[in-house]
Write a protein that binds this ligand. Sequence first.
Ligand code: AHM
Ligand code: MG
Length: 352
Amino acid sequence: MAVAKTLGQFIIEKQSDFPYKKGEISRLLRDLGIAAKIVNKAVNKAGLMGILGEAGTQNVQGENQKKLDIYANQQFISALKNGGECCIVVSEENDDFVYIDSEISKNAKYIVAIDPLDGSSNIDVNVSVGTVFSIYRRKSPAGKVAIDEILQKGTEQLASGYIIYGSSTMLVYTTGKGVNGFTLDTSIGEFCLSHPDMRIPVTGQVYSINEGYYSHFPEGVKQYIKYCQVEDKDTYRPYTSRYIGSFVADVHRNIIQGGIFIYPSTAQAPGGKLRLLYECNPLAFIIEQAGGVASDGYNRILELEPYELHQRSPIFIGSREMVKKAEEMMDSFSPQIKYVSMVKAKNINIQP
Ligand code: AHM
Ligand code: MG
């Protein structure tokens, strides 16, 4: 039987593709991969180990229980701390950024934005969840990291990726030279190259959106949904609707099969739901590298200006032709909510 290439071997082989060729990005990816294996174990055993439950409660052994997303956050931060390459972590689980203060990190140059366990409410019902991460380089050479070094545009990402804890566990990443996917072989405890050079089909037949909020959607989104549902043999419509409610899982399926995922602005949530720094930007980088498009309905996600750590953005992400069609609809039917820049979007008054 042929021996599969491990993530570690692949990273060494691709070292020359990485920016700042000193092995630093490789080490960061390795550290994230280590934490992913630990989190994978906990996710798999979640129902068995009594690890589920609210933070602060006690399990049957009288031990303090941790919600799995808090556990995942701790694992990723401590792996990054031990690795010594990361100086700042921006995490969905922490209101403020986390400064990594340790002897080996004193010259660290990288900022990691992470959602340690996205879609964690799905764990209670045994549905796939994910980790999403993004790596930036600090701008100043040393000393205190300024907030504008932390709030960089998605175009500044050096690497991004996700881990999907599903029927199998996969780590998918890009450093701007295509997208590669690795499946965890639990018998040897290694991520092995299983999906080299991932490409998203130019179009697809899956649209993915929470239609329960239909009445709150902008007119452009309503019109796009109608378009997806209309019969048309030439474009293989009607499309099929698939919504897991777990961002990583929905986007991962669409990368493989082709499709569009939309979480738009709604009357209740004018900025959308998903977070720019550690949900939208990392997956937008992956999607673009796989040949797809990621937009807020009007603008490229990667060019949005970040103004705060936990800022949200509407997102239309997936197969090129499908996202372009949805953008056309937004332009024609919802021009009034055009997000010219996120700074303006902050105060925009949305009339769907
Ligand atoms: P979370 O960060 O609180 O886990 O929420 C993010 C999740 C995404 O994974 C998913 O796409 C979305 O929320 C689903 O939201 P909704 O239930 O509103 O459709
Ligand atoms: Mg999340």
